[in-house]
Ligand binder design. Structure first.
Ligand code: NDP
Length: 448
């Protein structure tokens, strides 16, 4: 970092919460991109803007007691990080995964501020969740957990305050249980308090598909504008087999690409003939099975234990769609050595800083998560609009709006990269374009 001010802010973040390595990583990556901005705006330092920007407005931690099927009392920890509401109500998902801790949720909440700003819609940044693991739990156990979780969280959320959504481990089932408990407590059908809802009670068509589809729309525009090519005829490697991965596979295939891998936290499948998505959907959405089953059902495909091997599969385009830091330096080198022309991030912060350096040094296209996966939250904001209007748009209408939003995001971040003198560095472009809107609003609001 060239700016002494930004370096001081970063050092304070590390000194204040020394154990939060994922949060430090996310803050460092953003601050490093903002040197040129801070130089142009000396008023930011006077207003303590960056010190406020890296500190959540509010953090809520709570106990989540529930009873399992055997009658034992279980206690998890619940979190909600209300990071920044300068441009709209806090908005961001709820992650249910045993790895959840304050550092991970602060990194996700921080990234969410910039991502939500990039959508062009009026939504602030937040994130939450619990160290509860839905894997292997019965529906009744998941319901009791969700009810207990919302019994505390309900008092902190609202359509003008904070609007949570899904994330890893929180899908339609969990959102349904949470919404049901909220409605019961407040005795009102306030559809706008959660997004990712079922279609019969205020959900939006195309929300389920939005993150994966949006990732492909942005990638397609990037390929067109920066390499004069498209998905058609390309080989694509995808990690994960959850919501983002499934619908990224669907859209990439519709756009003419051949997706040859998918994975879960145990291992990955390789199908040289192209993944048969109906089989994956049956395994993952049908009965919450393991991806290994695919190789048992589809002749010619193979299953390999372990996640990182997926990046050694040769491809033109890599779409990481599982989790944070899934691509380290070695995996990034394997992607480049395999001849890839682009990496676009469906998951949040899937590439380590060393991996990003490998992409940039190799000159391959790199679309960072906060831009590339913003389609999910953008469509959540469209769900909020429909809830406010008491009206539903068709699938085609929502999908068309999503497409326009993703194309606009690409052009905004590409233009910002040019204005910063680093044409094509979309990481810097995304950080700068996302930040400026939030910074303007924070300056207008005074010291709050
Ligand atoms: P899901 O829970 O639907 O799927 C997650 C997938 O990633 C599963 O295949 C899971 O495997 C795998 N996975 C999870 N943790 C690990 C790990 N530690 N190592 C390897 N694989 C892992 O989540 P989503 O698809 O919704 O989310 C995936 C990513 O996309 C996350 O980073 C999320 O924050 C991000 N994202 C999601 C959005 C959305 O709309 N859903 C919006 C924007 C970003 P297993 O089943 O074995 O756990």
């Amino acid at each position: 970092m060239k700016s002494a001010y930004l370096q001081r802010v970063y050092d304070q973040v590390v000194a204040r919460d020394p154990g939060e390595k994922e949060f430090h990583q996310a803050v460092y990556e953003v601050l490093e991109s903002l040197d040129v901005i801070v130089e142009k705006h000396p008023e930011y330092e006077k207003a303590g803007l960056m010190e406020r920007f890296v500190e959540p407005e509010r953090m809520i931690l709570f106990r989540v007691p529930w009873v399992d099927d055997a009658g034992n009392v279980q206690v998890n920890r619940g979190y909600r990080i209300q990071f920044n509401s300068a441009i709209g109500p806090y908005k961001g998902g709820l992650r249910l995964h045993p790895s959840v801790n304050l550092s991970i949720l602060k990194f996700l909440g921080f990234e969410q501020i910039l991502k939500n700003s990039l959508t062009g819609l009026p939504i602030g940044g937040g994130k939450g969740g619990s160290d509860f693991d839905p894997h292997g739990k019965s529906d009744a156990e998941v319901m009791r957990f969700c009810q207990s979780f919302i019994t505390e969280l309900y008092r902190h959320i609202g359509q003008f305050t904070d609007v949570p959504a899904g994330d890893i481990g929180t899908g339609a089932r969990e959102i349904g249980y949470m919404f049901g408990q909220y409605k019961r407590i407040v005795d009102a059908h306030e559809a706008g308090i959660l997004t990712g809802k079922g279609l019969s009670y205020g959900g939006s068509l195309a929300r389920t598909e939005a993150t994966g589809y949006g990732l492909c729309y942005l990638t397609e525009e990037m390929l067109k504008c920066m390499r004069n090519t498209s998905f058609a005829g390309k080989t694509v490697v995808i990690s994960g087999s959850g919501n983002v991965a499934i619908f990224a596979t669907e859209k990439a295939t519709q756009l003419g690409a051949k997706v040859v891998t998918m994975s879960d936290s145990n291992g990955y499948i390789y199908d040289p003939n192209g993944i048969q998505l109906d089989v994956v959907k049956d395994i993952k959405l049908g009965h919450r099975g393991r991806i290994k089953e695919y190789a048992e059902r589809v002749p010619g495909s193979t299953y390999t234990e372990g996640c990182s091997g997926v990046w050694t599969v040769k491809c033109d385009i890599a779409l990481p769609c599982a989790t944070q830091n899934e691509i380290n330096e070695e995996s990034a080198k394997a992607i480049v050595a395999g001849g890839a022309m682009a990496v676009a991030e469906g998951a949040n912060m899937p590439s380590t800083p060393e991996a990003i350096k490998v992409y940039l040094d190799a000159g391959i296209l790199y679309a960072p998560a906060k831009a590339a996966n913003a389609g999910g939250v953008a469509t959540s904001a469209l769900e909020m609009s429909q809830n406010s209007m008491r009206y539903s748009w068709s699938f085609e209408e929502v999908d068309a709006k999503l497409h326009d939003i993703m194309v606009n995001i690409f052009h905004n971040i590409y233009d910002a990269s040019k204005e910063c003198g680093v044409e094509g560095n979309l990481m810097v472009g995304a950080n700068v374009a996302g930040f400026l809107k939030v910074a303007n609003a924070m300056m207008a609001h005074g010291i709050v």
